[in-house]
Write a protein that binds this ligand. Structure first.
Ligand code: IPD
Length: 264
């Protein structure tokens, strides 16, 4: 664990530096310039700049290790075997483009297919979530825990609609949303950032977050933060979680047995 903590200490000043760049672009509204990775999925110059900066710093310090970044999207196959750094330079890029402050830099470090260190930083709202495996989860250095809500009518359930607008995906999302609404939940939310959704479950703000669609870099850090806050992370069908499976369900210890979504 000491080695993982040292990695956290190494990464934190870099994440703060990246956060300053992100905040500057956000406040200047420079985020308006963007390209599209797909019809509905934007990428900005700031995503690319932050990834290049963090990639260079990390690989200079750890040249033998693997770097997996959203914008370079390579080396995911190394996740099972090699020490990996996994970065989403801006999780919530669509929010960033629209001047909505739910954005985060998400950085994880994994060994042999297990995430052991995670950082999720929202530099606009100034919230820093961190965890090291077996070391607890923190928001700005204060320990956090998941909620203990177990009634649907006291629960805030979060989901996301991602960027896939296929009929099959839309149908699945509407059907799953109906399952949740029929339980008469207190509220449904979507921050627009998978990493922040996970951290909000970890901090007890949300009681459940589920989504079919996020990638490894969206959820690697946040999933560890939920587990270290005492929560449970599984696949939406209830099976074992694999951060590469494009599916996540995160909740507290009481809720997770009540929840299961059909396979997609
Ligand atoms: C996306 C966001 C969004 C989620 C998608 C992610 P990006 O990440 O986290 O909330 O619904 O699944 O891909 O593209 O903003 O880094």
């Amino acid at each position: 664990m000491d080695d993982w903590k040292q990695r956290l200490c190494f990464a934190l000043p870099l994440i703060r530096q990246a956060g300053t760049i992100l905040r500057g672009a956000f406040s200047l509204r420079k985020q308006g310039l963007y390209r599209k990775k797909s019809e509905t999925d934007p990428v900005t110059d700031t995503d690319v700049e932050l990834e290049a900066f963090l990639r260079k710093e990390i690989l200079t310090k750890f040249p033998e290790e693997t770097f997996i970044g959203e914008e370079s999207a390579n080396s995911v196959d190394k996740f099972d075997h090699e020490p990996c750094w996994i970065l989403d330079p801006i999780d919530g890029t669509a929010n960033f483009v629209h001047g909505i402050s739910n954005v985060a830099i998400s950085l994880a470090y994994s060994e042999k297919g297990q995430v052991v260190m995670g950082i999720v930083y929202n530099p606009i709202q100034e919230e820093l979530f961190t965890a090291v495996r077996q070391g607890g989860a923190f928001l700005d250095d204060v320990p956090i825990t998941v909620s203990d809500v177990d009634n649907w009518n006291e629960a805030i359930v979060c989901t996301e609609f991602g960027s896939d607008r296929s009929v099959a995906k839309s149908t699945m999302m509407v059907e799953n949303l109906k399952l949740v609404l029929d339980e008469k939940v207190q509220g449904i939310r979507a921050t627009g950032s998978a990493a922040l959704n996970l951290c909000y479950v970890a901090a007890g703000r949300f009681d459940v977050y589920y989504e079919y669609g996020p990638y490894l870099w969206d959820i690697a850090a946040g999933s560890l933060i939920v587990e270290e806050a005492g929560g449970v992370v599984v696949h939406p069908t209830g099976s074992k979680f694999d951060p590469r499976s494009r599916g996540v369900l995160a909740t507290n210890q009481k809720f997770w047995k009540k929840l299961k979504f059909p396979p997609y």
